[in-house]
Design a protein around this ligand. Structure first.
Ligand SMILES: [Zn+2]
Length: 130
């Protein structure tokens, strides 16, 4: 994808944050696009690990969970050391869908529809548990 975000992305983003390349869309259960997860710089080891992996699917939000453009803007937050919101979205796009959901997904905790785990040393939890 080239420079200049498509116009439908203009409304979206954190204040002061430059738009970058959209990596994958966040969608709701009906397939409606909430917004894109954009490329970020590899500012920690978890982000580095994620950016090496291929994207397999859009990120699906669980029915009944509100996930708006304001939520999308907060995924770039770096107030904790991992940047878990961006990571958890990307884990949903990249990992393996678990046929046996983990305990918290089974209780319908977390915003994502499926229990998806990337694996490896750094990314053992599912996106909902991060
Ligand atoms: Zn899970």
């Amino acid at each position: 994808m080239g420079r200049g975000a498509p116009s439908q992305y203009r409304w979206w983003g954190t204040k002061g944050r430059k738009h970058t390349e959209p990596l994958v869309n966040v969608i709701d259960i009906t397939g409606r696009v909430v917004g894109p997860v954009e490329l970020i710089e590899p500012w920690n080891k978890w982000v580095k690990a994620i950016l090496k992996l291929p994207i397999r699917r859009p990120v699906t939000i669980r029915p009944g969970r509100r996930f708006t453009d304001e939520h999308m803007a907060t995924i770039y937050d770096r107030s904790e050391s991992k940047g878990v919101k961006w990571l958890s979205c990307m884990m949903q796009a990249i990992g393996e869908v678990q046929s046996k959901r983990c305990a918290s997904c089974d209780k319908n905790q977390g915003v994502f529809q499926q229990c998806i785990i990337v694996g490896g040393d750094l990314l053992q939890k599912c996106g909902n548990c991060e």
